[in-house]
Unconditional design. Structure first.
Length: 69
C-alpha cells in the first residue's frame, strides 16, 4: 500500500505465495522512510515469535507520527 505496487510484481501469484510462505520477504524500497522500512520489516517476520503484537505495532513511531499531506 505504501508503494502502490503488489508484492513480487514480476512473478506469478503462486510463486509469490511460495516465497512469502517460506519467509522470503520482498526487498523493502529505500525510497520509504527509515521508520516505514523498520515497521514493514517487523511486520513481515516469518517467525511469529519475532513479530511484534498489534499493540506494540500501534506504539511504533511510524504509526504514531502525524500524517503529512
Amino acid at each position: 500500500m505504501l508503494t502502490a505496487k503488489v508484492p513480487y510484481p514480476d512473478m506469478e501469484w503462486t510463486h509469490a505465495l511460495l516465497k512469502i510462505g517460506r519467509g522470503i520477504p520482498q526487498k523493502i524500497l529505500n525510497t520509504l522512510s527509515e521508520d516505514a522500512r523498520y515497521f514493514i520489516a517487523k511486520c513481515v517476520q516469518a517467525n511469529q515469535k519475532d513479530r511484534p503484537s498489534a499493540a506494540q505495532l500501534l506504539e511504533h513511531p511510524f504509526v504514531k507520527r502525524p500524517l503529512q499531506h
